[in-house]
Design a protein around this ligand. Structure first.
Ligand SMILES: Nc1ncnc2c1ncn2[C@@H]1O[C@H](COP(=O)(O)OP(=O)(O)O)[C@@H](O)[C@H]1O
Ligand SMILES: [Mg+2]
Length: 872
């Protein structure tokens, strides 16, 4: 086998160190990729695949991108979930002896990028680090682009479920984990089905507890873990340690912007698991995963990128501490009552760019002059903003006023140094203002006036020699030269040095010309270098103020979100919820914040809610399809979430106790893609709710038991309701919509259960939805009427009515109309249905019309018949 070329050897040595990345290898003006990387990239980015001689018989597959436009190619690869290692030339190829030295200077990965082009302004970009240790787990989410670190420790029981919930909440774009985590099949099926995160196992050395402790202490410059609210032996330590180590490796940087940790526990936030977040459409819709149609869409009036990210985080993690919640409400109330101030604050904030991400890039040394200018522009809005917040008196507003730093020194520094519209590149000059640096000014004078000097020499030489056609020109080979037409050759003085003879002229140089040239050309090079040095110095001096900028950014974000809540409250007519120490949910004229905005012109009918831990623990809600059951239940849950996130709520009044979690079980048709049957998914969600809910929880069950046969479904629904309502088991506040009218029997039988239905008005075959919730069970299911309303053709509706009548008359009634409940209480856990007899089975068979049954229906009937038979 032939030897590889030296360059290829260098390539392979580098590639060996970064086997799981796409290696972009700098060759002059291009980044080249070879072999498998080239094939992958040419496919993913639709680039031409070529080849390059590599010393072997076959040419190496190769594809490349020009270095000046490489960013967008890199961004696309990272967005597709690839890791990209950037290998640069570490010396000037013109000066290098032999092979140019090359090194990987950074690895771009989805969870660790800081470039604007690879980030979404309104969302954090998290790297998750998961350390699983059996009984407990540490989970850490770092957004290196903003410097935020969220860290938690999860203890048994149900550690895998808790990991899933945290991942669902933060939606990281990349996850690293220790080897023990790889046994968590449930977690990984969640990651691959429900997230787009790139997941990879890191060697266990990354998670070594002792090394992690050292890494953490060194990074945060502390002497002990307790100064960071951490302790030895906590699973959070290796999770954080591994994240820091990994980030340092890919960033090649000391991560100065990561300067504090937010250590949170399940005790700080309302528990909203992944299905609740999705079902309640908190930040995106269930169907299209769009912001429009979500709660965030209604409430987000923020003006700054930091505010956009924070409002999302607040809605995803509502609080459970009374004091912190009411502090937010008080601030919103103050902003609602001061419309002028709020508007002015909004205007001041509109000019504030992404302070968090700007200061990150500045402190990492990757920011350009445009970034500095953007920071200065943001800083220029701060003094006014600070002054305006200072007139407000609620405690959160006072906190904001205190934490907003006017950053005037930073503004002045940047404004004095950097031109208004600097170029993108920091290596070509044109960034620094005149008058900022004396040496730069004098160099610029030489360059500027150099042309005049040349013109003066030209004139002087013309006069001296009497050659009117003598010209001074410039080319890259000899620099400046004097050109004399052949006809004047005789007049050329002796001191001219001949350089080139052309067909009709000759070119000369003189000492004087060369001296000037050295000065002029040298000045241009020197200017570019000096400008970079000055710029870098300004960047470093600005970067040194990182902590002040970060604190200001956080205060602006908070102010932005509270203003946004206030504006949404005014625009949508919300009220301040009254938080109560009692475990109650008392809502007068509550509305669904999203549905009310989606009803083109039609009025939304408000409804009251009373739930507590006593007689009104559990509401069974019946009513025809489309009546508004799901809307009503979600509205109650959303009002609780909004209140605990700090927002006002859509109601005439609301008195709310704090709920520790909201659980939902609502249709899951989309889960088929996850390879589980709908019913299986439904039951595993029910299981998770029953295992995790407490008496302080709010549970929403929307038509459980639908995915299986009627008797099965009804039995399960009833048993679940009994368990949830039972004070000895859970006793949670529960809203339970069902199409099983039998379950309305439970009022009076089970403590705390009340029946409600959503009223409809019936006239002949037609029904009108009144959308009003009233006491008592619904008096029928009105399926046929709803079908008619939906536009099902008349012959079908008529036929359905006839079939229904036949079935009712024949006794094949699987679900009987409710009879006034007899006092006898069933034994716990036992379910009473009509007695079956063999006669009944024969009757059922008689009326069956096999020709009209679909195979699935036939299976259902068969199943029920065999079941009835077994019960005889
Ligand atoms: N209170 C209300 N006021 C006005 N329209 C409503 C109200 N509640 C529901 N709706 C409308 O009725 C539709 C169906 O409601 P939904 O809650 O899905 O019914 P169900 O769950 O009973 O089948 C909603 O999409 C909405 O347009
Ligand atoms: Mg529904």
């Amino acid at each position: 086998m032939a030897e590889l070329s030296p360059m290829m050897k260098q390539y392979f040595e580098t590639k060996k160190k970064y086997p799981d990345t796409i290696l972009m290898f700098r060759l002059g003006d291009f980044y080249e990729m070879f072999f498998d990387d080239a094939v992958t990239v040419s496919r993913e980015l639709e680039l031409v695949l070529t080849g390059r001689a590599c010393g072997q018989e076959e040419r190496a597959p190769m594809c490349g991108v020009p270095f000046h436009s490489a960013d967008s190619y890199m961004a696309r690869l990272v967005a597709k979930g690839y890791k990209v290692a950037i290998c640069e030339q570490m010396e000037d190829p013109a000066l290098a002896k032999g092979l140019v030295k090359r090194e990987v200077v950074r690895v771009l990965t989805p969870g660790t990028v800081i470039e604007n082009s690879m980030l979404n302004e309104g969302r954090n970009n998290f790297l998750a680090s998961v350390y699983f240790a059996g009984e407990s787990a540490g989970v850490c989410f770092v957004d290196v682009s903003t410097g935020s670190v969220n860290l938690t420790e999860l203890a048994s029981p149900a550690v895998p479920d808790k990991i899933i919930n945290e991942i669902g909440r933060f939606m990281p774009s990349e996850i690293v984990f220790n080897s023990a985590s790889s046994s968590l099949t449930k977690v990984f099926s969640f990651i691959s089905n429900k997230t787009e995160a790139l997941a990879q196992e890191l060697g266990d050395s990354y998670f070594d507890p002792r090394q992690s402790t050292e890494t953490i202490l060194a990074h945060f410059k502390k002497d002990s873990l307790s100064e960071l609210e951490l302790h030895e032996g906590s699973a959070a330590v290796p999770a954080l340690g591994a994240a820091l180590k990994y980030l340092t490796e890919v960033q090649r940087n000391d991560l100065e912007n990561i300067s504090s940790i937010s250590f949170y526990s399940e005790l700080n936030f309302m528990r909203l698991d992944v299905s609740a977040l999705r079902n309640l459409e908190i930040v995106e819709t269930l169907r299209n995963r769009e912001k429009r149609g979500s709660l965030l869409w209604v409430l987000d009036k923020t003006r700054t990128p930091m505010g956009k990210r924070m409002i999302r985080a607040w809605l995803e993690r509502p609080l459970i501490g009374m004091a912190r919640i009411t502090k937010r409400h008080n601030a919103v109330a103050e902003l609602v009552s001061q419309p002028m101030v709020r508007q002015e604050l909004g205007e001041s904030m509109s000019g504030i760019h992404d302070l968090e991400r700007l200061i990150t890039r500045i402190s990492f040394g990757t920011a350009g002059a445009k970034d500095l200018r953007a920071l200065a522009l943001a800083a220029s809005c701060l003094p006014e903003l600070k002054e305006k917040v200072s007139v407000l008196s609620s405690s959160l507003m006072r906190e904001c006023a205190e934490n907003i730093d006017a950053l005037s020194d930073i503004y002045e520094l940047i404004d004095a140094a950097i031109v208004e519209e600097p170029p993108f590149s920091v290596r070509e000059g044109g960034m620094i203002k005149d008058g900022f640096h004396p040496e730069l000014d004098s160099l610029r004078d030489i360059v500027l006036n150099g042309k005049d000097y040349i013109a003066a020499i030209q004139q002087q030489e013309q006069e001296k020699t009497g050659i009117a056609k003598l010209k001074i020109g410039y080319n890259r080979v000899f620099g400046y030269y004097i050109e004399v037409p052949n006809s004047y050759k005789e007049l050329v003085p002796d001191e001219y040095i001949r350089k080139q003879t052309l067909a009709n002229c000759e070119r000369f140089i003189t000492q004087e010309l060369k001296d000037l040239e050295a000065k002029v050309l040298g000045a241009q090079d020197r200017i570019v270098k000096l400008e970079y040095e000055i710029f870098d110095d300004i960047r470093k001096r600005t970067g040194a103020e990182l902590a002040r900028v970060q604190r200001t950014a956080a205060a602006v974000a908070q102010l932005d979100v509270l203003c946004s809540f206030a504006q949404a409250a005014l625009e949508n007519n919300y009220v301040c919820p009254q938080m109560s120490a009692e475990p109650i949910v008392k809502i007068k004229e509550g509305r669904h914040p999203v549905v009310e905005k989606m009803l083109n012109g039609e009025p939304f009918v408000p409804n009251d809610t009373v739930l507590d831990c006593g007689d009104d623990r559990c509401a069974i809600i019946t009513g025809p399809n489309m009546a508004g059951k799901s809307t009503y239940m979600r509205q109650v849950a959303l009002i609780c979430v909004m209140a605990q996130a700090g927002s006002f709520v859509p109601a005439a009044s609301a008195e709310l106790g704090i709920v520790d979690s909201v659980f939902t079980r609502i249709g899951a048709s989309d889960d088929l893609s996850a390879g589980q049957s709908t019913f299986m998914v439904e039951m595993s969600e029910v299981a998770s709710i029953l295992n995790n809910a407490t008496s302080r929880s709010l549970i929403i069950f929307d038509e459980i038991g639908r995915g299986t046969s009627t008797f099965d479904g009804m039995s399960i629904a009833r048993a679940v309701l009994e368990y949830a309502a039972d004070k000895k088991r859970i006793g949670a506040k529960t809203l339970f919509a069902t199409h099983y009218h039998e379950l309305t029997e439970l009022e009076g039988q089970i403590d705390g259960v009340k029946n409600y239905n959503i009223a409809v008005k019936k006239r002949g075959d037609d029904i009108t939805f009144l959308r009003r919730i009233v006491r008592g069970g619904a008096d029928g299911s009105y399926g046929i009427e709803v079908a008619k309303l939906a536009g099902v053709p008349k012959p079908v509706v008529d036929r359905a009515k006839k079939v229904l009548k036949e079935i009712e008359e024949s006794g094949l009634v699987l679900v009987r109309e409710r009879e006034p409940s007899t006092a006898a209480e069933p034994e716990a856990g036992q379910i009473s249905f009509g007695q079956n007899s063999s006669n009944e089975i024969v009757e059922k068979l008689k009326v069956l019309d096999v020709n009209t049954l679909t195979p699935i229906e036939a299976m259902g009937v068969l199943y029920e018949l065999t079941k009835s038979a077994k019960e005889i």
